[in-house]
Design a protein. Structure first.
Length: 322
C-alpha cells in the first residue's frame, strides 16, 4: 500500500490532537476562574512613568490585590490567598491587576522610570494566578540578564488556554487577547517614549503577539517555543516594522506539533506556519538545549540571546556558535 501523503499525515495528527484534547481530563481546569474576586478600580491611563505616578499606580493595584486576597480567603482557597498575599508585598510593583477569571496582571521587574530597554513578556498556555510563580521567575531572570537600565513587564493580560484543551488549537483566545496587549503596549510607549520596547512571546503567547503586531510601536518581536502565529504565513503578514525573531530549543516538544491550519466548518484549527521555517522569514536565533518550559532559565543560551535582542545587540543565530 502506498504511504499517505505528508498533508494527509498532518491532518491525521491534528485530528488526533483535537480528540486527545477533548478526551483527556484536566484536573482543575475550572478552578482558577471559580475563585471570586472584586472588579478592579477604574484608573486613568498612565501618561508618564514618573516615580510619583508609578508609585500611585502601584499603590492602587496593591489595594486591589489585597481585596482579592480577602475574597479568596473568605472563599476558603488558602493557596490563592497565599499567592495574593505575596503579590501585595510593598516591594512588588503592578501596573495592572484583576483577580477575576484566573487573574490578569502586569508586574514590573526593574525600574520602569529609568528604563532604557523594556521587555514585555507574554506567556503561553496554563498560566494563571495559580501558576504565576514560574512565569514571574522567567521575568526576574530576564531582567537580571538585561541589567539595571532595563525593565521587564510580566504581562498576564488574558485567559491563557490549557495545554490539553481544544482552545490551545485555535487562535480564538489570541483574538480576544490581542486588543488588550495592543492597548497596554501603546500606553507603555506613551508613558516611557524613549525606551526601546520589545515583545517576548512564549508558546501560545506568540499567537497573541502576532495578532497584536500590526503597527505596534515595538523594536522587536521575539517568538520562542512557538506553535505558530495563527493566520500569518510570512512575517510580512504581521504588518510590523519590528524585527521578528524565532527560536526553539533542542529539547522543546513543540517541534512535533503539526504546523498546519485547517478550516473545519465549526472552527479553524491549527496555528499555521512554523515561525522557524525559512519561508516564514523570521530571523532565527540559537535557543540552545531549552525545553518548552525553561527558555528563561538563568545562564541558559536562550536567555542570553533573548536579552541580546531586547538590548538591541545581535544574538547568536541558530546553527552558529559564538
Amino acid at each position: 500500500m502506498a504511504s499517505r501523503p505528508r498533508s494527509g499525515l498532518r491532518r491525521a495528527l491534528l485530528a488526533a490532537l483535537v480528540a486527545a484534547s477533548v478526551a483527556v481530563p484536566v484536573a482543575g481546569v475550572a478552578r482558577p476562574a471559580a475563585v471570586p474576586a472584586p472588579a478592579p478600580a477604574a484608573l486613568a491611563p498612565l501618561r508618564a512613568a514618573t516615580p510619583a505616578a508609578l508609585q500611585e499606580r502601584y499603590a492602587a493595584q496593591r489595594a486591589g490585590i489585597r481585596a482579592a486576597e480577602q475574597a479568596a480567603a473568605a472563599h476558603g482557597d488558602r493557596r490563592r490567598a497565599a499567592t495574593l498575599r505575596a503579590m501585595a508585598d510593598p516591594a512588588r510593583r503592578f501596573l495592572a491587576f484583576d483577580g477575576r477569571d484566573g487573574g490578569r496582571t502586569a508586574e514590573v521587574l526593574g525600574d520602569l522610570a529609568r528604563a532604557e530597554r523594556i521587555a514585555v513578556l507574554v506567556p503561553g498556555s496554563d498560566t494563571s494566578l495559580d501558576t504565576y510563580g514560574r512565569f514571574r521567575a522567567g521575568a526576574v531572570a530576564l531582567q537580571r540578564e538585561l541589567g539595571e537600565r532595563a525593565a521587564v513587564v510580566a504581562w498576564l493580560g488574558y485567559g491563557t488556554p490549557g495545554t490539553f484543551s481544544t482552545a490551545v488549537l485555535t487562535p480564538a483566545r489570541a483574538d480576544t487577547a490581542a486588543p488588550r496587549l495592543r492597548a497596554f503596549v501603546e500606553e507603555l510607549s506613551t508613558a516611557v517614549p524613549a525606551a526601546r520596547t520589545s515583545l517576548v512571546c512564549h508558546s501560545y503567547g506568540a499567537v497573541v503577539c502576532a495578532r497584536a503586531a500590526p503597527g505596534l510601536p515595538v523594536a522587536d518581536i521575539v517568538l520562542y517555543g512557538s506553535p505558530g502565529t495563527g493566520a500569518a504565513d510570512h512575517v510580512g503578514h504581521l504588518q510590523t516594522r519590528a524585527t521578528v525573531w524565532a527560536g526553539r530549543g533542542a529539547r522543546d516538544w513543540i517541534a512535533d506539533v503539526p504546523h498546519i491550519r485547517l478550516a473545519l466548518g465549526f472552527a479553524t484549527v491549527g496555528l499555521g506556519t512554523d515561525p522557524l521555517a525559512k519561508r516564514f522569514g523570521a530571523r532565527p536565533f540559537d535557543a540552545g538545549s531549552a525545553g518548552h518550559g525553561d527558555y528563561l532559565e538563568p545562564r541558559s543560551t536562550s536567555l542570553r540571546n533573548i536579552a541580546r535582542i531586547v538590548s538591541g545587540a545581535t544574538p547568536v543565530e541558530e546553527g552558529r556558535h559564538a
